[in-house]
Design a protein around this ligand. Sequence first.
Ligand code: CA
Length: 242
Amino acid sequence: MNKRLAIVEDDPDVRAILQRSLSADGYGITALADGEHLEELLTNDPVDLVIMDVGLPGIDGLSLMRRIRQTHDVGIIIVSGRCDLTDRVVGLELGADDYVTKPFETREILARVRSVLRRNSRGNAAALPTVQSRRHTLCFDGFELDLLSRTLTNSEGKQILLTSGEYKLIEVFVKHANRVLSRDQLLDLIYDSDAPAFDRSIDVRIGRVRKKLDDDPRNPRLIKTVRNDGYIFVGKVTAAGG
Ligand code: CA
């Protein structure tokens, strides 16, 4: 089945290049010149991945992304100017899966698209019957992590909205509680055998996950930073049900 992508880019030349190279690679493309109708599209006719320019007329890319992240679990790659480091960092903090800087080579964008789609495709399994899933629930610090539906619920029973990347990171930490994990080990565990050659987003992703777990980055109670070594998850983990 062909994956479907949305491109949000106001520059008609860049939009045309993206559209051409990505459809040549077999993706179904919807191209938009601004973010006005993106939410509508995601609701009515979902896509697998959004490639989004940061500098857009009307609602800017980062505000748009912040909004989408609250309602849709879709892969997002942001496109920014070479010098807009702040945009990229803020973009990753808000939940972008990756970024590309302009001017880019189509080869680069194709590789990033494939890698984000591959990572995210493992996160879309629908919830399986609850009888079985009870045995696949891990509890820590009042949270419940369901390994089958890949969901996280807090002590009030409220589901915490996670991107598939954030879910995977929490799962890795919980399954390896009380062990120091280096950034390399974390990347290996997160991506299985699909580890990218490098990944610039692990620290920002940990920042986002701490936020979702209400973990204070200056004095974390769950995910602690180990100087020069990486991170350690120190929550007490128990299996529930079953
Ligand atoms: Ca632009």
